[in-house]
Design a protein around this ligand. Structure first.
Ligand code: FAD
Length: 465
C-alpha cells in the first residue's frame, strides 16, 4: 500500500461523517475529518436540533391557551425573540463543542477548512479565499457533505427571500411571513412562526402539502394547521417578489398579491457536491445530481464512499448515522452491511405533529399481493376537552389483509413523533394486527387507540370526529 497520510479521510463533519470518523479511529485507524463550517453539520447547527427548539418555543402559545381552559390565567405572557435566540445559540454551540471534543477523544484529526478533490487519493484544503492551504492523502475517502437548500434562482426577486438557514437567525421576528413549499421543512416553519404570533401564509404549487405521505395524513394536517391560524394556498405558483417601502410584495399565480415582511423558500434540498471537484477523482453522479453509490455506499471509484444527504437516499439524521455504521463495518471490520431502508419511522414537527412508519395506503395497495385493510379513527384529544378547540387526532393503521401484518402506521396529533418511535418496533418486527390487539391498552392515553381499533374502514364509512 502506498504511504498515505491517513487510512481514512472524511469530508464533512455532520451526522454521518462524524460517526464514521469516530468509529474508524476508535478501531485503530488513522483518521482525519474536514469541516468547512461548524462541527455537527446540518442537524446540529441548522436543522433538526435548532428547529426543534423553535418548535418547542412556539408550542408554548398553544399550551397557554389550553392552560386557560384549565383555569390558569397569564396576564402578561409575552415572548422575547432575542432571549430565545441567545439561549438557542448557546445550546447549539455547546452541542457543537461536544461533537468536536468527541472527535478529539476518539483520536480523529479535525481539519478546519473546505476539502476538495485533487485526485482519488488526495484532497486539497482550501483557505477562505479559495487558495490551497495544504494537501492531504488518504487510502480511503468518505464523502459526507450533506445537502443545501434549493431555490428557483430565475424567479424575479428571489434575492429577497431567505431559506431555513437564515430563518434560524432572523434579527427580529417578522409580523408577516410567506413560506413557499409543501414539504416537511415548510410545514414545520409555518407552524413555528404562526405559534409565535406571526401572520403566516403557506403557498405550495402542488395539490396538497407533504407529498409522499399518506393522503389522509395530508388532508388532515392541512385542515389542522389552518385551525392554528396558518393560511394555506395550494395549487398556486409563487411568481415574483418585489421590495416595496413597507415590505415584500409577492405576486401569486392566482392573481393575488400579498405583502409580507419575510419570504422564506423551503422548496427542497439538493446534494451538496458543487465545487468538490468530483471529476478529478472520477466520482459519478446520478441523473438527479446525487453521488451514485451501491448498497454498501461505495461510489464507482474503488477507494471512495459516500453517505448521508449527499447520496439523496433517505435524508434523515438517524439514516446518515446508520449508513456510517454500515460503511465502517463493511470497509474496516470485514463485515459487509447494507442499511435496510424499510420501516424507517419519521416525524414532521408541524403543529400538530405527524409520525409515520411503513407504507401509505396507496403504497400498500400497490405492493401487497392481496387486499389491504384500513383502520382509521379521528377523535378530540382528552387534553383539549376544556378549550372549546375542535382539533382532532388522526390515527390510521394499514394492514396487509393476506398476512395480517401491520405495514403502515400514520398519526397526526400531539406526541405523534414519540408514539411512532415505539410503533416502529412493531412494524419493523412484522407483527400482525391480532398481535397489536392482544397488547393491553394504557388508559387514558391517545396511544391506546392503536391497540383498540376494531372496525375496518369500508369506502363510505370514514369515521368522523
Ligand atoms: P450534514 O449533517 O449536512 O453534514 C455535512 C457537513 O459537511 C456540513 O457540516 C458541511 O458544512 C460540511 N461540508 C460540506 N462540504 C464540505 C467540504 N467540501 N469540506 C468540508 N466540509 C464540508 N433530519 C431528521 O432526522 N429529523 C429532523 O427533524 C430533521 N430536521 C431538519 C430540519 C431542517 C431545517 C433541515 C435542513 C434538515 C433536517 N433534517 C432532519 C435532515 C438532517 O439534518 C440531515 O439528514 C442530516 O444532517 C444529514 O447528515 P449528513 O452527514 O449527510 O450531512
Amino acid at each position: 500500500m502506498a504511504d498515505y497520510d491517513y487510512d481514512l479521510f472524511v469530508i464533512g463533519a455532520g451526522s454521518g461523517g462524524v460517526r464514521a470518523a469516530r468509529l474508524t479511529s476508535l478501531g485503530g485507524k488513522r483518521v482525519a475529518i474536514a469541516e468547512e463550517y461548524r462541527v455537527g453539520g446540518t442537524c446540529v447547527i441548522q436543522g433538526c436540533v435548532p428547529k426543534k427548539f423553535m418548535v418547542m418555543a412556539s408550542e408554548v402559545s398553544h399550551d397557554l391557551h389550553i392552560a386557560e381552559g384549565y383555569g390558569w390565567s397569564f396576564d402578561n405572557a409575552k415572548f422575547d425573540w432575542p432571549t430565545f435566540l441567545e439561549a438557542k445559540d448557546v445550546e447549539i454551540a455547546r452541542l457543537s463543542g461536544i461533537y468536536a471534543a468527541n472527535l478529539g477523544k476518539a483520536g480523529v484529526d479535525l481539519v478546519h477548512g473546505r476539502a476538495v478533490f485533487k485526485d482519488a487519493h488526495t484532497v486539497q484544503i482550501l483557505k477562505k479565499d479559495g487558495s490551497v492551504d495544504r494537501e492531504i492523502t488518504a487510502d480511503k475517502i468518505l464523502i459526507a457533505t450533506g445537502g443545501r437548500p434549493w431555490v428557483p434562482e430565475d424567479m424575479p426577486g428571489i434575492e429577497h427571500a431567505i431559506t431555513s438557514e437564515q430563518a434560524f437567525h432572523l434579527p427580529e421576528l417578522p409580523k408577516r411571513i410567506l413560506i413557499a413549499g409543501g414539504g416537511y421543512i415548510a410545514v414545520e416553519f409555518a407552524g413555528i412562526f404562526a405559534g409565535l404570533g406571526v401572520e403566516t401564509t403557506l403557498i405550495y404549487r402542488g395539490p396538497n402539502i407533504l407529498r409522499g405521505f399518506d393522503d389522509d395524513v395530508r388532508a388532515h394536517l392541512a385542515g389542522e394547521i389552518e385551525k392554528r391560524g396558518i393560511k394555506v394556498i395550494l395549487g398556486c405558483q409563487h411568481e415574483s417578489i418585489e421590495k416595496t417601502g413597507t415590505g415584500l410584495l409577492n405576486r401569486l399565480g392566482n392573481g393575488m398579491t400579498l405583502e409580507t415582511d419575510v419570504v422564506m423558500f423551503a422548496t427542497g434540498r439538493i446534494p451538496y457536491v458543487k465545487g468538490l471537484n468530483l471529476e478529478k477523482a472520477g466520482v459519478e453522479l446520478t441523473e438527479q445530481g446525487a453521488i451514485k453509490v451501491d448498497g454498501f455506499s461505495k461510489t464507482n471509484v474503488d477507494n471512495i464512499w459516500a453517505i448521508g444527504d449527499v447520496t439523496d437516499r433517505m435524508n434523515l439524521t438517524p439514516v446518515a448515522i446508520r449508513e456510517a455504521v454500515a460503511f465502517h463495518q463493511t470497509v474496516f471490520r470485514d463485515n459487509p452491511q447494507a442499511f435496510d431502508y424499510e420501516a424507517v419511522a419519521t416525524a414532521v414537527f408541524s403543529q400538530p405533529p405527524v409520525g409515520v412508519v411503513g407504507l401509505t395506503e396507496n403504497e400498500a395497495r400497490h405492493s401487497c399481493p392481496g387486499e389491504v385493510d384500513i383502520y382509521l379513527t379521528r377523535f378530540r384529544p382528552m387534553k383539549y376537552a376544556f378549550t372549546g378547540s375542535d382539533e382532532r387526532v388522526l390515527m390510521k393503521l394499514v394492514v396487509d389483509a393476506t398476512s395480517q401484518k401491520v405495514v403502515g402506521v400514520h398519526i397526526v396529533g400531539p406526541e405523534a413523533p414519540e408514539m411512532i418511535q415505539l410503533a416502529a418496533i412493531a412494524v419493523k418486527a412484522g407483527l400482525t394486527k391480532a398481535q397489536w390487539d392482544a397488547t393491553c391498552a394504557v388508559h387514558p392515553t391517545m396511544a391506546e387507540e392503536l391497540v383498540t381499533l376494531r372496525e375496518k374502514q369500508h369506502p363510505g364509512n370514514m369515521s368522523a370526529g
